[in-house]
Design a protein around this ligand. Sequence first.
Ligand code: 5AD
Ligand code: SF4
Length: 446
Amino acid sequence: MSATAPEKRLYIKTYGCQMNVYDSERMADVLAPLGYGVTDSPEGADLVVLNTCHIREKATEKVYSELGQIKRMKAARAEAGGAMTIAVAGCVAQAEGEEIMRRQPAVDLVVGPQAYHQLPELIARAHRARGERLAADFAPEDKFDALPAERRPEGVTAFLTVQEGCDKFCTFCVVPYTRGEEWSRPVEAIVAEAEALAAKGVREVTLLGQNVNAYAGEGGLAGLVRRLAKIRGLDRIRYTTSHPRDMDEALIAAHGEVEALMPYLHLPVQAGSDKVLKAMNRAHTAESYLRLVEKIRAARPDIALSGDFIVGFPGERDADFEATLALVREVGYASAFSFKYSRRPGTPAAAMPGQVADEVKAERLARLQALLDEQQRAFNAAQAGRTLPVLFEKPGRHPGQLVGRSPYLQSVHVEAPERLIGQIVPVAIEASAKNSLSGQVAMAAA
Ligand code: 5AD
Ligand code: SF4
């Protein structure tokens, strides 16, 4: 696990009834994993929460007069080079909503009693609105936060960043906090870079983004793919990583119509239990994901699917985990990444009850990986006897051998002359293993 976040000061002022006293404790609990320790004065606090009461009009007016004072402390902190975030919670927040921010603009966020679990997300959004990055709160390198390495040495394939950041706030994930809000590069900049790559001999680009299918440049990702497909020499296009909820009709249609768009899609589902998916804030159910897969397969029947899975998310019971296995069996993945849930300070799930013991996570992960491995082997084995177009990338480990990629992103080992590097050549697939295929060039190699 990464280092704990640096200590920050949280001042909560509670008005009204016992319910509010209890809620204030809950808020302190939710905020503790973000590094907030409770302090007894608003002076110099990083976060001030007024947990309000609406029972009498006078009580509401008291909140506004208190806010007037805290506003001055916020200004003083800002002058000293610091920052204070002001949140209004409780019944006034519930009753007046964002009206509070209009009446007192120093207020950064308003949160009703049903939404305290969203405080980390709301605070991150408030910080973003001020142009702050939260990256310093997290360990800088994070295996879950990494995109594939941007630049590969001189080659025939390349990565091309088109989008960064994430607005999804899955409750286990640090990316929305570390990478900030979703941001898309303009189409023209991407096209210019892709043309330059193609001119240097690149035949395949993989468009990168934390939420690549949320690409918001003109025409969306489908439009971008269609545009890039027109570039001479650029024969193959891939993209990663996608969120199921941004998989729109236009992009699905592109999979059926754009020849350069490779039949391989990384579409993380994370889990198969609706209860867990809801707690993860994934905004899809197992059923809606399966329907989506069906639609994509209707557009491109041979598409190879890949996914990400988390086992042992807080509250995951045996039956929930079985639902993940059932979903995997139903989809049939060509490849996948799977992880034990890892508790990241600063994320909502870190504060959730029902954390799962490591032995249980390990056992579930082993079972899931056994199933995914079996599917991957079966998918690879099913290629034997087929002839696939392979883009040769580089010499293989054995003399006289080249390594390339199938349309489905499988590594393919073939005895072939080096001059075929950079060419897309039909290969008769003869054998398969867990991570690769092998075969023979299926034409009189020119
Ligand atoms: N614990 C385990 N897996 C995680 N991922 C992201 N955050 C966590 C975490 N806290 C996984 C998700 C995501 C992939 C990139 O990393 O499956 O899709
Ligand atoms: Fe993290 Fe991906 Fe969820 Fe964004 S969509 S919060 S990057 S897991």
